[in-house]
Structures are given as structure tokens and as C-alpha cells.
Design a binder for this molecule. Structure first.
Ligand SMILES: [Zn+2]
Length: 118
């Protein structure tokens, strides 16, 4: 079992990170809206604005994914299923959780998933 104190600390870190991500996503949206306004699509011929918008979108996607991981970690904390690998149901090591509180899989599953994604 993970200690209550550790769980509480992880929950606080997850919530802080969630707020940070929500702020970032908000500012991405504003930046994207700015890009849209200053360069209406019909007039934008340069690839430069598009690249800026695309990298913002890519970042946006990445943050959204992390946000989803954080939400699910918080739900698991509420349901007392936190710290279990979603793939093999084995317990994820505490040092790993402390390093990556929103992690979904144990190290060996993570490796297998990354291996098969290649
Ligand atoms: Zn696993």
C-alpha cells in the first residue's frame, strides 16, 4: 500500500499540474485566435503562420493528453485504485509514481507499449 501521506502529496501535485495545464491551454487558445485574426486563411500564403499554428496545435494536443492522464489519475485516487498498472494490474513502484504521478502503466508495460508503437 502507498502511504496516505504520499498519496495526498501526489494528489496535490496532480491538481497543481492540472491547473497549470488548464492555464496553458487557455493561453494557447488565445494565441491561436490571435493568429487566426491577424492572418485570415484566405490571405495567408506563407507557410510560416501555418507552422506557428501547427506547433501550437501540437503542443495543445500534448497538453490535452497529459490533462486526460491527470484526470484519470485523480479519479483513480478517489476510487482507491491509484498506483495499479492499467495493463497488467500490477502495482506501480512508488518511486515511479513520485517521478510521474499521472503514469498509467508499470515500467515493463510502458516499454512494451513503446516498443509496439515503433
Ligand atoms: Zn503493467
Amino acid at each position: 500500500m502507498i502511504k496516505k501521506r504520499v498519496l495526498k502529496e501526489l494528489r496535490e501535485r496532480l491538481m497543481a499540474r492540472r491547473d497549470q495545464l488548464l492555464e496553458q491551454l487557455k493561453s494557447f487558445k488565445e494565441e491561436l485566435a490571435c493568429l487566426d485574426q491577424s492572418h485570415p486563411p484566405e490571405f495567408s500564403e506563407g507557410a510560416q503562420e501555418e507552422t506557428a499554428a501547427n506547433s501550437l496545435l501540437a503542443l495543445d494536443n500534448q497538453e490535452r493528453k497529459e490533462l486526460a492522464d491527470i484526470q484519470s489519475a485523480l479519479e483513480k485516487l478517489d476510487q482507491d485504485t491509484y498506483g495499479k498498472c492499467e495493463r497488467c494490474s500490477r502495482r506501480i513502484g512508488e518511486p515511479r509514481l513520485e517521478a510521474l504521478p499521472m503514469v498509467r502503466y508499470c515500467i515493463s508495460c510502458q516499454n512494451k507499449i513503446e516498443e509496439s508503437a515503433k
